[in-house]
Design a protein around this ligand. Structure first.
Ligand code: GP9
Ligand code: MN
Length: 625
């Protein structure tokens, strides 16, 4: 027995054993179950390669390197857990390398880490005990039997063969959802397959001709394309300035609602009396969150999903709303109070063809709310910028405002909390969300007044939408689920979560009108250009004008498994790491047990085809000079 123990007392076996336990714990943290054999074995096999390599090194440095490598790997796994607590997905190497740069993670760090997650560092306690033990017994911790080089080489070859075999075995599986993929193939295979997929998309773009037309896109959606100038409302905002306001974390469920007799969004509610209101529109962002929403609004193309689109395609010339409007005599600027480097916006904005951007260096940090200057500062200094544009040129402008104050964790300064919440909401995540949105709406109201004062209101078309949900993830406690359910008068579903408002006001022209047809962020640009009277003839747009088409097919990846789709009647979610296949009747929110599952699967495949075409189209875009 003692002999056996002595044989097992070897750093390679000890550290590999530690990581075996860690992978069991990590699986529980990511997937809710301890025993995920594919995840555990593939991860441990990958890590064991690194450990066995250490065995070839001189004895002295070995233990130090083992401990160092252990610390680095454990911290990487810890970061994966934090990331997954917010995004409900596992990161690829792009996200992991810039995790501290991800605003949603950095601003919520305290709330995203739970004490039990420090269990991943359990082995450091054991290592300290072992060191003390050796110190007091005056034996050297390194005095273990060395494996011979021959056996080490055999071990290394075996491990490499296993890892390479496993990689090729899993390579044919498409990464439709990172977390689902990693659950069976492991996190290391995920990284390699992600790299392989990205390379394959780019390599395919170098081959053969590719002629994508809107007719082809409509054909896949089973819709009959109608020329733009035959759409209703074509050109009703012709020649107007375009003011787009992308609202941080604004969900449709709070529009028109009151709490304690107080409207949550009184200014938006008032605006609806003179607006087109699209109340069945859904977010479609990928891991680039806010910046993906900006990308969707400005391109009508699909975000790449597993990576922020701004990182993958920031170096290209992307056909966009700004470019189209500039061709039609506009000047185009974008405004956001955060540092331009977040989400790689210093690349994204030139890629989207904006003439100018205004960021933290222009807005400063005055009246700080959460991550930056308040929405009030964004609007007041923003209007100054617009006035300067007007004096320097008589061209109409397109101004893309991106708000920030209502960002998670929704902690608004006391003097800005003007919503009097019932006791049970106070201090809760959902209560804070309502407060933050109430402030964002009040600032928006002041912006409207300013636009009126400056004579810009009647000369503009105002477009407002939410970038993505705010009420989701592990920041939501059980009581928040309950509170949202009470607020909605039905249990909170993914349909509620992903539903964002889309509002278009053309003061003096539009009247209160609700469009109930389903749409996504991808449909915003086609709808906007139709109202501005700009023909979309020569563009490749994956979305459609929501004032014209009644049915639709659009999807989402990253937050859901790719292949997930919405139509007028259906919301289809393929298997994911947390749910099995779910099909909702989109209109009633009821889950349906489909009699003919095949029809749904066929649509899902059509959705995947649209994603593939969008990827191929983007991979072929020219590089920026
Ligand atoms: C970051 C800000 C917030 O600059 O726009 O981004 P989010 O965390 O919502 O993606
Ligand atoms: Mn956001």
């Amino acid at each position: 027995m003692l002999k056996l123990l002595r044989l097992a007392y070897h750093p390679f076996l000890i550290f590999t054993g530690f990581f075996f336990i860690k992978m069991i714990l990590l699986g529980r943290m990511l997937y809710g179950t301890y025993w995920n054999p594919g995840f555990i074995i593939n991860n441990v096999a990958g890590i064991a390669v690194l450990f066995i390599l250490l065995e070839f090194l001189p004895k002295k440095t070995k233990w130090t390197l083992y401990i160092l490598l252990d610390a680095i790997l454990t911290t990487a796994f810890f970061a994966i857990v934090i990331y997954s607590n917010y995004f409900e997905n596992v990161p690829t190497y792009h996200d992991l390398s810039s995790i501290s740069q991800i605003p949603s993670v950095s601003s919520n760090l305290g709330l995203l880490i739970h004490p039990q997650e420090f269990l991943l560092y359990f082995d450091f306690i054991i290592l300290i005990i072992l060191m003390l033990f050796h110190f007091f017994l005056r034996t050297k911790i390194t005095s273990v039997k060395r494996y011979s080089r021959k056996w080490l080489s055999v071990g290394l070859a075996g491990l490499l063969a296993f890892n390479i075999g496993s990689y090729f075995y899993h390579r044919t599986d498409q990464v439709l959802n990172s977390a689902v993929y990693a659950k069976t193939a492991g996190l290391i295979n995920l990284q390699f397959n992600q790299l392989h997929t990205e390379r394959a998309v780019q390599a395919m773009a170098k081959k053969g001709s590719f002629n994508l037309t809107q007719d082809k896109i409509f054909q896949i959606k089973h819709l009959k394309r109608v020329p733009s100038d035959q759409h209703p409302y074509f050109g009703i905002a012709k020649g107007r300035n375009l003011i787009v306001i992308q609202m941080e974390s604004l969900q449709n469920m709070i529009i028109g609602k009151s709490i304690n007799g107080q409207e949550i969004t009184p200014n938006l509610n008032k605006l609806l009396k003179e607006s087109f209101y699209f109340n069945n529109v859904y977010q479609q962002i990928g891991s680039g969150n806010t910046s993906d929403a900006e990308f969707l609004m400005n391109t009508s193309l699909y975000p790449v999903g597993n990576n922020p689109t701004s990182e993958t395609y920031g170096n290209r010339v992307i056909p966009s709303l700004a470019r189209l409007l500039k061709d039609n005599g506009y000047q185009a600027v974008t405004l956001h109070v955060d540092d331009i480097h977040y989400w790689n916006r210093d690349e994204l904005y030139p890629a989207l063809g904006f003439d100018k951007h205004y960021d933290k260096s222009y807005f400063g940090e005055e009246d700080k709310v959460g991550l930056g200057a308040s929405d009030d500062v964004l609007y007041t200094k923003g209007v100054d910028a617009l006035e300067a544009l007007k004096t320097s040129s008589n061209k109409p402008f397109y101004a893309d405002f991106v708000t920030l104050s209502a960002h998670t964790p929704f902690q608004i300064p006391k003097d800005k909390q003007t919503l009097s919440l019932p006791k049970k909401y106070q201090g809760t995540f959902f209560g804070n969300y309502l407060e933050a949105q109430h402030y964002a709406d009040a600032a928006l109201g002041r912006f409207f007044d300013l636009l009126k004062e400056k004579g810009l209101w009647d000369k503009s078309m105002i477009v407002i939408y939410g970038d993505h949900s705010g009420v989701h993830g592990k920041l939501m406690q059980k009581q928040d689920q309950q509170l949202v359910g009470d607020f909605l008068k039905h249990p909170y579903t993914l349909l509620d979560r992903f539903n964002i408002p889309f509002i278009i006001a053309i003061p003096g022209v539009t009247h209160a009108k609700i469009f109930e047809n389903a749409g996504g962020q991808i449909d915003m640009m086609p709808t906007v250009i139709n109202l501005l009277g700009i023909n979309d003839q020569n563009m490749v747009l994956f979305g459609q004008d929501l004032t014209e088409y009644k049915d639709n097919l659009f999807g989402m990846r990253y937050y859901l498994t790719a292949g997930a789709y919405f139509t007028q009647h259906t919301f289809y979610i393929p298997d994911s790491e947390r749910t099995h296949l779910v099909i909702y009747n989109r209109l009633t929110h009821q889950m349906i047990a489909p009699k003919d599952q095949k029809a749904y699967e066929d649509k899902s495949r059509e959705m995947l085809k649209l994603l593939e075409l969008s990827d191929q189209y983007m991979a072929r875009l020219p590089y920026r000079k």
